[in-house]
Design a protein around this ligand. Sequence first.
Ligand SMILES: C[S@@+](CC[C@H](N)C(=O)[O-])C[C@H]1O[C@@H](n2cnc3c(N)ncnc32)[C@H](O)[C@@H]1O
Length: 307
Amino acid sequence: MRPYRHALHAGNQADVFKHAVLTLLLDALLATRSEPLVYLESHAGAGVYDLTHGRAFASAEQARGIGRLWTLSEALPELGSYLGAIAALNPDGRVARYPGSPQLARHRLRVCDRLVLFELQEAEASTLQMELGVDPRVSIHLGDGFAGVPELLPPSPAQGLVLIDPPYVSATDFMRVPSCLATAHQRWPAGVYAVWYPRLAGRYSESDRLLRGLQQTFGELLVAELAGLQAAADSGLQGAGVALMNPPSGFDRRLKGLLPRLLRVLRSATGPPGAGPPAGVRTGEVHAAGGQDPGTGWRVEWRRRAS
Ligand SMILES: C[S@@+](CC[C@H](N)C(=O)[O-])C[C@H]1O[C@@H](n2cnc3c(N)ncnc32)[C@H](O)[C@@H]1O
């Protein structure tokens, strides 16, 4: 199996959705907690990605994701910290460098906070080290994040957020997520956890099983999903979700406010050069199973373990 390269997908619609939820979550956590906070990430990636390779956007996927959001950013004022992190990397206003989740967190966190990042691939980890390693708040571990993150829990101080964001190129990722979170929950039941997962054509049952595993462990989780996303045809990606355990109070309402407008922006026909004809890009079917608003392709719902 070829190693997964997030650079090919950075800034696509599913990535934008994940990063919008992540930055909104960090905003919400920081608004309610004055104590130092620890951000842990099991699958960090390279931290910063070159989106251009000499063109406006390296792929149509990226033009339809961050390209559209950047063009229509005034429609989503609550994403100020996400967009601010992109602006900080691109002082001339053209999105050539795109921040991955560790860089978004680093941009948002305070001087007193810490970031602990795991990445398995040496090349990605060394770019991560180059981009973020100079920051004394950041520690980077080359290794398996599924095993490494739970071992560090609870963090000290026991305030923070854990992001689990595997590539899901191997079916084992769908199984390792719930088992990693079961160990994490044993060690730190009150931690705030976010898990990104894909909706892949013909494989919805794998993400459903993952969610059931999290539900079993935590008792309840908040699920936010977008359907009908446009991605590279060979990826099979039709939609994506973020499952949140122990989110801040009222975060479901914030997501319900954001998702329909985010989806509208991502589906807009306008956009920068490169957002044009769908070469190699397809729209997935709207996921209609029990959603908040399956007709328009988004949902935010609490899932609770039957008692
Ligand atoms: C989806 S990308 C991460 C993207 C990043 N979280 C972001 O949003 O910018 C997944 C990353 O996980 C890495 N990876 C794969 N298996 C891993 C494992 N078991 N432990 C840590 N990293 C892993 C891959 O090399 C890849 O860089």
